[in-house]
Ligand binder design. Structure first.
Ligand code: BTN
Length: 263
């Protein structure tokens, strides 16, 4: 597989001069690799791409499955100093969705807090991509941030049973992992840097346009049920329940639409 690493580096380096772009044939997980590096003191900014991951990780301790060549798997590692970290996964998701589907014509949407969903041919929601953000505290008590992105290019053979998966090739005539990375890398870096400066608030309206859950009944993994009412200006999910309005922070719970709906 040929990766446009040089072109991506050329476009991104004006934003972040110390950035390197690295492509590995195989690694356990690009997130794990960058977290290991950060813990051993390597905190330079890097875009690390893996053609294949042997132990890809998802949110809440889940595995991220992808056959070599069937997915784009990479992590962007960089020092970040935002005033508030809340909403970063939404900002990242929004950047990816807007890069891949700028007009909204493909129907890519964001499922709070870290998934990209789209309707499949039978009008059921299916997961196209997921985001896993981790941070490592450095010796100077700063944070090195690892933004992991996994995008299915073809439909994966092993799937998370709770939601069907879909590949980008099923909704775009042609798509490859290198091409997809070339589309999303620069906007993603720009988004991370803008988030550091301004937080999630400027993106709240744009998120609203792509919010899968908005005004839909939802069930939380702790059993609570209610109607999702969008996010506040820090990206916290608002859920209207019989017990009153609840604010849901991403680390705690898994949220699912209660009923499958057609678009
Ligand atoms: C999720 O859906 O729960 C998040 C999935 C994140 C997968 C990506 S693939 C690149 C990076 N490395 C990992 O091990 N995970 C993330």
């Amino acid at each position: 597989m040929i990766w446009p690493a040089e072109d991506i580096w050329q476009s991104c380096v004006p934003l972040l001069p110390a950035l390197t772009v690295e492509v590995l044939k195989e690694v356990d997980s690009t997130n794990s690799e960058l977290m290991r590096r950060a813990r051993s003191g390597q905190t330079d900014p890097v875009l690390l791409v893996a053609q294949s991951q042997t132990a890809g990780r998802g949110r809440l301790g889940r595995q991220w499955h992808a056959q070599a060549g069937d997915a784009l798997t990479f992590s962007l590692g960089l020092m970040l100093h935002p005033a508030d970290w809340s909403g970063l996964s939404l900002a990242v998701g929004l950047s990816v969705v807007e890069s891949l589907d700028p007009q909204g014509s493909l129907g890519l949407q964001l499922k709070w807090p870290n998934d990209i969903w789209v309707h499949d041919k039978s009008n059921q929601w299916a997961k196209l991509a997921g985001i896993l953000i981790e941070t490592a505290v450095t010796q100077k008590q700063d944070r090195y941030c690892v933004i992991g992105v996994g995008i299915n290019i073809s439909k994966p053979s092993v799937q998370d049973l709770s939601i069907p998966a879909i590949g980008l090739r099923e909704i775009l005539n042609s798509a490859s992992a290198p091409q997809t990375l070339a589309r999303i890398a620069y906007p993603l870096l720009a988004t991370a840097l803008a988030f550091e400066a301004k937080g999630f608030a400027p993106l709240q309206m744009a998120f609203e346009q792509r919010d899968v859950l908005r005004d839909r009944p939802v069930t939380l993994s702790d059993g609570r049920q209610g109607i999702a009412r969008g996010v506040d200006n820090t990206g916290v999910l608002r859920v209207e329940t019989p017990q009153g309005n609840q604010l849901i922070h991403s680390a705690e719970v898994r949220v699912r639409p209660s009923i499958e709906e057609s678009p």
